[in-house]
Design a protein around this ligand. Structure first.
Ligand code: PGA
Length: 268
């Protein structure tokens, strides 16, 4: 069952790469992956550019018929109107976005995004026909108290509790311990697998095994080309990565994608 999930390697560019840099990056990445005969049907490669670069990425991907997908880093909960600076889910869908990050810890920290708001974002993304990548994960404090699993599972529970089976299946969940993001301190493969397994068990309890086995669960937090294989090899519940810093280097990001594909293929 686990082997049927297509792994995802997602690059979260955060506030990096203007539209010219984005174009150059995508060309380079596509060239490296083509050269490596990368199997996009076996492993999905997706990029999360800042809003201002999405259109350029779309044009290039469509013109060159690249197999790379893309998405956005944030979304408004409302559809249109007097919300200065916001971007709606429909606007992102019109740009061909497949995914939207929801609840990233940097959004939770720097913007007034609480669970209620995150639930509405998930609803907006699903209603526009895209897939939310819901980010959850404990801070150092919860880890110190030894409640990291309950915390991450609780965050998932709070956000998905009202979704029906079909909606739940569309979710991608990224387990990202906050203390590991951008710090170089990666979770051990055991603890990353344990958290992914706890989240999948919870999904099974709420939606049944069929749905739980379809949802892709990613790990994020200081992933790079040196730790990706081990993180994938620990168990069967991690279906790829949400990569920040290392996604800004086309060679390294392509290597992470190749290693993820290889480790996932070994499970089949
Ligand atoms: P990082 O970021 O890989 O730089 O730790 C991950 C993320 O924030 O999604």
């Amino acid at each position: 069952m686990a082997s049927r999930r297509i792994p995802i390697v997602a690059g979260n560019w955060k506030m990096n790469f203007d539209h010219l840099e984005a174009t150059y990056f995508v060309q380079k990445l596509a060239w490296i992956l083509r050269d490596a005969h990368f199997g996009f049907r076996r492993c999905e490669v997706t990029l999360m550019p800042p809003f201002t670069s999405i259109r350029s990425v779309q044009v290039l991907i469509e013109a060159d018929r690249l197999k790379i997908t893309y998405g956005a880093q944030a979304v408004s909960v409302t559809n249109q109107g007097a919300f200065t600076g916001d971007v709606s889910a429909d606007m992102l869908a019109r740009l061909g976005c497949t995914y939207v990050l929801v609840g990233h810890s940097e959004r939770r920290k720097y913007h007034p995004e609480d669970d209620a708001n995150i639930v509405d974002q998930v609803r907006a993304v699903l209603a526009a026909g895209m897939k939310p990548i819901l980010c959850v994960g404990e801070s150092f404090e919860e880890r110190r108290q030894g409640i990291e699993l309950e915390y991450a599972v609780g965050q998932v529970q709070d956000v998905i509790r009202d979704l029906n089976d079909k909606e739940a299946e569309q979710m991608v969940i990224a387990y990202e311990p906050v203390w590991a993001i951008g710090t170089g301190m990666v979770a051990t493969p055991q603890s990353a697998q344990e958290a992914a397994a706890a989240i999948r068990t919870h999904l099974g309890e709420v939606y049944g095994d069929d749905v739980a086995q379809r949802v892709r669960i990613l790990y994020g937090g200081s992933v790079n080309a040196s730790n990706a294989t081990q993180l994938m090899q620990e168990g069967l519940d991690i279906d790829g990565f949400l990569v920040g810093g290392a996604s800004l280097d086309a060679d390294e990001f392509a290597t992470i994608a190749r290693l993820t594909d290889k480790a996932a293929s070994a499970r089949r």
